[in-house]
Design a protein around this ligand. Structure first.
Ligand SMILES: [Zn+2]
Length: 286
């Protein structure tokens, strides 16, 4: 938190701090070649499947490459924790940290969710977001973050000594065990940091600590994704509800979330193909 400094500022300290920031990962070279086709395709969608995620629980869903899916708020404001995998290879999964490095702290339309090394390719492209009006608020907060992790019973225990079993980490683990027939240990090791769907978060101005505030999401709001690969998604309806007060407990009002999967009737993407994995040759200097 940088508030326990043991060193006086050097004489030229202020001058050193005045250097201009340089974007670490200029993302102008990441082009979504078919963006306008995605927008055409999404105008003529047929719903082919629907999954309701009960509060304080998680469920799996599968989406074929080239289809769309939406995560929708129903009944009341609710935050969701999303994990994504390549359906045919769970080793390729969502990489929150690199997605953050490429797109910033919070995602919206035209951002992509990238997969882990050595694959590093988009798993999805976000094609529509009814909360895109929110931008950033006066506290620097925004929605759909990739700066948080997933709420989990280990941190809960570290901070309060409790045994709580319905954090998103546990919910995601149970969904993988129950629906994908994985051993608990294997399932837990596959769970990864999430896209915090609908969650409103940021870093405080003074200590730069991670904060949350009541999600602006309302029933009917949704975020929509184009599946770049055959995907396994796992979504948890966070025990924090709208995350206005606390998470990792049964205190908050919680609501279900809806996942809808769509096929497009448009043939504009007829010749579209899944993106290839990273072209880096993986020699690492050996
Ligand atoms: Zn959670």
């Amino acid at each position: 938190m940088k508030n326990n400094s043991q060193h006086p500022k050097p004489e030229d300290g202020e001058k050193r701090k005045l250097k201009k920031p340089v974007i670490c990962y200029p993302n102008k070279s990441i082009k979504i070649d078919r963006w306008s086709d995605y927008q055409v395709a999404r105008k003529d969608l047929d719903k082919i499947d629907e999954i309701i995620i009960p509060p304080r629980d998680a469920k799996c869903f599968e989406v074929k490459a080239g289809n769309f899916f939406r995560i929708e708020s129903i009944d009341g404001p609710q935050v969701g924790d999303l994990n994504l995998f390549n359906l045919d290879n769970y080793d390729e999964k969502f990489y929150s940290g690199k997605t953050r490095a490429l797109h910033g702290t919070h995602l919206s339309s035209k951002d992509q969710m990238w997969s882990s090394f050595p694959y590093l390719r988009p798993l999805v492209t976000i094609t529509y977001d009814t909360l895109d009006w929110y931008g950033f608020d006066q506290d620097g907060g925004s929605v759909h973050d990739v700066i948080g992790t997933r709420c989990d019973p280990y941190t809960k225990n570290l901070l309060s000594n409790d045994q709580y079993h319905f954090c998103c980490h546990s919910n995601l683990t149970r969904a993988l065990v129950n629906e994908k027939n994985l051993e608990q240990k294997e399932a837990e090791s596959l769970v990864h940091d999430v896209l915090n769907v609908f969650m409103c978060t940021g870093f405080t101005n003074d200590t730069h600590q991670y904060f949350m505030k009541a999600s602006p999401v309302r029933p009917g709001d949704y975020i929509e994704f184009f599946a770049e690969l055959d995907l396994l998604g796992v979504l948890s309806a966070c025990p924090g509800g709208d995350c206005s007060a606390e998470h990792s407990s049964d205190a908050a009002n919680c609501y279900p979330l809806k996942v809808s999967i769509f096929n497009s009737n448009s043939n504009v993407l007829k010749d579209w193909e899944s993106p290839p994995i990273s072209k880096y040759n993986q020699s690492h200097g050996f």
